[in-house]
Design a protein around this ligand. Structure first.
Ligand code: HEM
Length: 404
């Protein structure tokens, strides 16, 4: 019986989760996982879960799974729990509506398009460095530094401290996995405090050194009639910083890897620019850089003959929805850059929490991957890639390539 339950700890799951997710869709599409949270795996159910009004994203609305995390925090921080997160990913309307409106001012299509030359420059610089080396790890040289530099520049954060920020970000996002061990929680509790202290310091520095950047714009909003409190400001900056790079790295790294494994698709995009916009959507569908989102049931919610109780964490299987043949047809497991409905993928979620950085992420992915395959058409794997071991923000930690 346990074979039927979602078990991402299975050997080989992170390298290829899709056969296991297909089993879940087929045999137990709505289930309480052995780790506690509920989960839905079919495209129609995932869509409904994310869109249905009356569900929450606020962890305080749930019973159970947060208890262990709280216990760890109490132990590490001398009996004090941190205040609940006010990041837009963790709050419901009306707070969500107010905060999202303020933050989204910086994400207009025109503001994002204006970043294109900077993104192309950063990519070209990295490709030049790579060209000198012959054999390189494309994650270390392109997939990670590009989104990291873009969000750092966009926010107007000071240069430096990259290593600490990278480590704290990694430790924090590991807690997004459906199953988390004690050491991971312990590391994240410490990283959380360090990241908050760091961002608070950056905000103070930025007050003295304003610029033409997102952080200055958000500070101005805070000071303009107290519509964004200092805590709210800190939490939005933390979210933007982490969401801005820990996700896109997986699109670029795993995207290049999948193209190398599908050389006819790579050649198609390399030789025909017009495939571009659809190609990045299809890669987003195919790799699903964030494999799960989540909601909390306020009241019992029924999917077919299964009722999920109130106050339950429910995982939305985005990666599974992106490969559901009921929605995509029999070739759901094939990479097809010309797929006409690829933009209906679930990789950016759905409903009111739909990813605020979607256009930015698509632009970064498109510029980075397309420039890479144009510049290094003969790239091949130099040695085995390393997966990052993450169930949710699944991606490659290392992708060593021979470029010529
Ligand atoms: C390939 C890259 C990315 C992927 C796959 C991704 C995916 C997601 C997903 C799945 C959600 C949650 C949606 C839901 O629960 O319904 C989300 C929310 C969010 N993302 Fe992204 N994201 C990416 C890049 C970015 C970037 C570059 C930024 C900002 C610079 C960003 C900022 C946000 C924010 C602020 C939210 C919260 C929105 C809300 O709660 O209203 N993301 N993203």
């Amino acid at each position: 019986m346990t074979d039927l339950f979602f078990n991402p700890l299975d050997e080989g799951y992170v390298a290829n989760p899709f056969p296991h997710l297909a089993e879940m869709r087929e045999h137990l599409p709505v289930q309480q996982t052995l780790a506690g949270p509920w989960a839905v795996f079919r495209n129609a159910d995932v869509t409904r879960l994310l869109r249905e009004p009356g569900l929450s994203v606020d962890p305080a609305m749930a019973d159970g799974p947060e208890t262990e995390r709280d216990r760890m925090f109490l132990e590490i921080h001398n009996g004090e729990l941190p205040p609940p997160s006010t990041s837009i990913l963790d709050v419901d309307p009306p707070d969500h509506t107010r905060l999202r409106r303020l933050v989204s001012k910086a994400f207009t299509p025109r503001a994002i398009e204006a970043l294109r030359p900077m993104i192309q420059d950063l990519v070209d610089q990295q490709l030049d460095i790579m060209a000198e080396q012959g054999t390189v790890d494309v994650v270390d040289h392109l997939a990670f530094p590009l989104p990291f530099d873009v969000i750092t520049k966009m926010l107007g954060m000071p240069a430096g401290d990259t290593d600490s920020l990278r480590t704290w970000g990694e430790q924090l996002v590991r807690t997004l996995d459906p199953i988390v061990d004690e050491q991971t929680l312990r590391d994240a509790a410490i990283a959380d405090v360090k990241m908050d202290e760091h961002i608070t310091g950056v905000i103070e520095w930025k007050r003295e050194n304003p610029g033409d950047d997102l952080l200055t714009a958000l500070i101005d909003v805070e000071e303009d009639g107290d519509r964004l409190t200092t805590t709210e400001l800190r939490d939005q900056v933390g979210l933007l910083f982490i969401a801005g790079h820990e996700t896109t790295v997986n699109l670029i790294g795993t995207g290049i890897y999948e193209l190398l494994r599908n050389p006819e698709q790579l050649a198609l995009w390399r030789d025909d620019e017009s495939v571009g916009p659809g190609a990045i959507d299809e890669l987003l569908r195919y790799v699903t850089p964030v494999q799960f989102s989540r909601r909390i049931s306020i009241a019992p919610i029924r999917f077919g003959d299964v009722e999920i109780p109130e106050k339950a964490f429910v995982l939305a299987g985005l990666a599974s929805a992106n490969r559901d043949p009921e929605f995509w047809g029999d070739d759901a497991d094939s990479l097809d850059l010309t797929r006409s409905n690829a933009s209906q993928h679930m990789s950016f979620g759905n409903g009111i929490h739909y990813c605020l950085g979607a256009s930015l992420a698509k632009m970064e992915g498109q510029v980075a991957i397309h420039s890479f395959i144009k510049r290094f058409p003969n790239a091949t794997e130099a040695s085995e890639p390393h997966w990052n071991g993450r169930i949710n923000l699944r991606g490659l930690e290392k992708l060593p390539l021979r470029l010529t």
